[in-house]
Design a protein. Structure first.
Length: 89
């Protein structure tokens, strides 16, 4: 009884063939439910709107630019929520 005990080592040059279990036409199955996708999409959009309002208020009151810097993290959270819902992760 022979078994295939190939070891794939990165950068060593011993076994440069790709793994055979990867196929070109695989379909990605989402790992979150449609309800959870909807929640994440709502969070992303609402976070984006809240951040835009805060940015507008800071610009209207002529606040220092350093006070606008933390809004980057709020925009980032909005983008993460949106892209998680879009990519079905």
């Amino acid at each position: 009884m022979l078994t295939n005990r190939s070891v794939y080592l990165a950068g060593t040059g011993f076994n440069n063939s790709p793994p055979t279990h990867e196929e070109g036409g695989e379909v990605c199955i989402s790992n979150i439910s449609p309800l959870e996708r909807q929640k994440r999409l709502r969070f992303g959009i609402s976070q984006f709107i809240i951040t835009l309002v805060m940015l507008g208020v800071l610009i209207a009151f002529d606040a220092d630019r350093l006070w606008r810097l933390p809004l980057l993290f709020m925009f980032w959270a909005a983008a993460v929520g949106y892209f998680q819902a879009r990519d079905k992760t």
